[in-house]
Design a protein around this ligand. Structure first.
Ligand code: SAH
Ligand code: F3S
Length: 477
């Protein structure tokens, strides 16, 4: 089945330009969504001011940080396994090593982590990274340190991330934090707090700096990018009322997208994640207008059954979803769309499941991330519903959904056969060292013989064949 970034590991950190005077060593690794990977770059930046350079060697680290994910139980189990590994290293090789837990598991389990996992010295929630210098001082004084306070306004807009594990081509730029949507299955509103938007000036500055440093593609990140709204700036005294001020100075997501696309016309712009209930048509118009905004929308739908969508508190019906998608294709015919699906949500019947397959058949998503429902403690679904779909049924339905996706993915990739599509070269193909791998605007992966091209090049590639998820071709430019 297709893997989400959730279950991938960033591996160890690689810092491009370590600070000369820094003597302490930080090993940081990230699990979960792209936002966690982006947050780790903020953490590395904050700690670089405290004398830390990153290392890729766990055994030599003075400080080990793991940025954690709580989205499904399996993600948490993966982190527990890593903590066992750190424990072994601390016991057998490096007894002075300190261990901190960051991210969503830190926020969810709080002080309990210190009892459950004796190896952990420090627990830091997603909004508390600026407190790391103080927390570190506590740890160095021999105490445990915990800060899991959530914030209404922290966006880390003033921090220049240290790019970790970078290929120097693609970068993540966070634009919103938190989520107010309260889907009943989802732990994110509890672990990442209220939704807030980052000052467009600081976003533009970060992107301009990336362009100066040779980056070719940015992904604007948020749990729910379409609800981006900045109404700061402007002098209060100039406005008659607070609401007038908000209206006059507001920057919406489509306006931000336009600002970014115009500021860096040579850079590819992507964004993720969109939410059907918050996405508006103006975003499609901006995408259509700017050549450098990639024609791809990741638009999770979660289920094809209206009854289940209601139980999920999704605020959109299947029909509204389809209307939105069809409108997108009217405005941007070449756009691709990808999905997230949850399989086996409480009370999901065979008929609900068939509705999901039917919706997939209708939309023909280019790719997607499909997972069995995992009950998360504290969520509305955990409180209200019994996790009543047997594991064997969840497994069978998941494999049917994955097969359906494979079929639809193949349909989408086949449309490119015989055509020329522009690929941004990102890395060597994992399967064949003689080939480059990159993505087209539609976010579909393509491989082709290396020739004289190098990572970071935009290459016109003629597609000769494909699998359900990969285009195979040759350069023609
Ligand atoms: N808006 C977010 C979504 C966060 S969760 C974003 O930026 O990506 C990512 C996906 O995980 C969701 O779309 C959903 O399909 C899945 N997910 C969330 N909670 C889940 C749960 N309890 N069990 C199974 N899958 C879940
Ligand atoms: Fe989670 Fe729904 Fe927000 S999936 S991140 S609560 S849009």
């Amino acid at each position: 089945m297709e893997k989400t970034i959730d279950e991938k590991v960033q591996g160890n950190a690689l810092e491009l330009a370590p600070k000369q005077k820094n003597t302490r060593k930080l090993f940081i690794e990230s699990y979960g969504c792209a936002m966690n990977f982006s947050d780790s770059e903020i953490v590395a930046s904050i700690l670089s001011e405290q004398g830390f350079n990153t290392t890729q060697i766990l055994e030599e680290a003075d400080l080990v940080l793991v940025n954690t994910c709580s989205i499904r139980d399996k993600a948490e189990q993966t982190v527990r396994k890593r903590l066992e590994k750190y424990n072994a290293v601390k016991r057998d090789i490096n007894p002075k090593m300190k261990v901190g837990v960051l991210g969503c598991m830190a926020e969810r389990l709080k002080e309990k982590f210190l009892d459950e996992e004796k190896i952990v010295d420090m627990v830091v929630g997603p909004d508390a990274y600026k407190d790391l210098p103080n927390l570190l001082a506590e740890v160095e004084a021999g105490n445990d340190a915990v800060n899991v306070v959530l914030s209404k306004d922290e966006t880390y807009g003033d921090i220049s991330p240290v790019r970790l594990n970078t290929n120097g081509i693609n970068a993540l730029v966070s634009i919103t934090r938190g989520c107010d949507n309260m889907c009943t299955f989802c732990v994110v509103p509890f672990t990442r707090g209220r939704e807030r938007s980052r000052d467009p000036k600081s976003i533009l500055k970060e992107i301009n700096d990336l362009a100066t440093n040779g980056y070719k593609e940015v992904t604007l990140l948020g749990q729910n990018v379409d609800s981006y709204l900045w109404y700061g700036g402007g002098l209060k005294k100039d406005f008659k009322s607070a609401s007038e001020m908000e209206k006059a100075t507001a920057t919406s997501f489509s306006q931000l997208l336009e600002l970014v696309a115009t500021a860096q016309p040579e850079m590819r712009i992507r964004f993720s994640t969109s939410n059907p209930q918050d996405m508006t048509e103006d975003v499609f118009h901006v995408m259509a207008k700017h050549k450098n905004i990639c024609k791809h929308v990741h638009l999770p739908v979660q289920s094809g059954s209206n009854r289940i969508l209601k139980e999920m508190n999704r605020q959109h019906s299947v029909e509204e979803y389809l209307t939105l998608v069809n409108r997108m294709w009217e405005i941007i015919p070449e756009a691709s769309i990808s999905q997230d699906m949850i399989i086996g949500f409480p009370s999901e019947t065979e008929e609900d499941h068939q509705d999901t397959l039917a919706l997939m058949e209708q939309v023909k998503f280019a790719f997607g991330y499909m997972y069995k429902y995992s009950e998360r403690p504290g969520t509305m679904a955990a409180r209200k519903f019994e996790d009543d779909i047997p594991e064997v049924t969840k497994k069978r339905r998941l494999s049917e959904v994955v097969d359906q996706q494979r079929k639809n993915g193949a349909y989408r990739t086949q449309q490119f056969i015989g055509k020329i599509t522009e690929i941004l070269v990102e890395k060597e193909s994992k399967k064949n060292p003689d080939q480059w791998s990159g993505r087209n605007e539609q976010s579909i992966v393509a491989v082709f013989p290396k020739g004289d091209y190098k990572p970071g090049d935009f290459v016109q590639v003629k597609i000769n064949s494909c699998t359900s998820a990969t285009l195979i071709g040759e350069a023609v430019s």
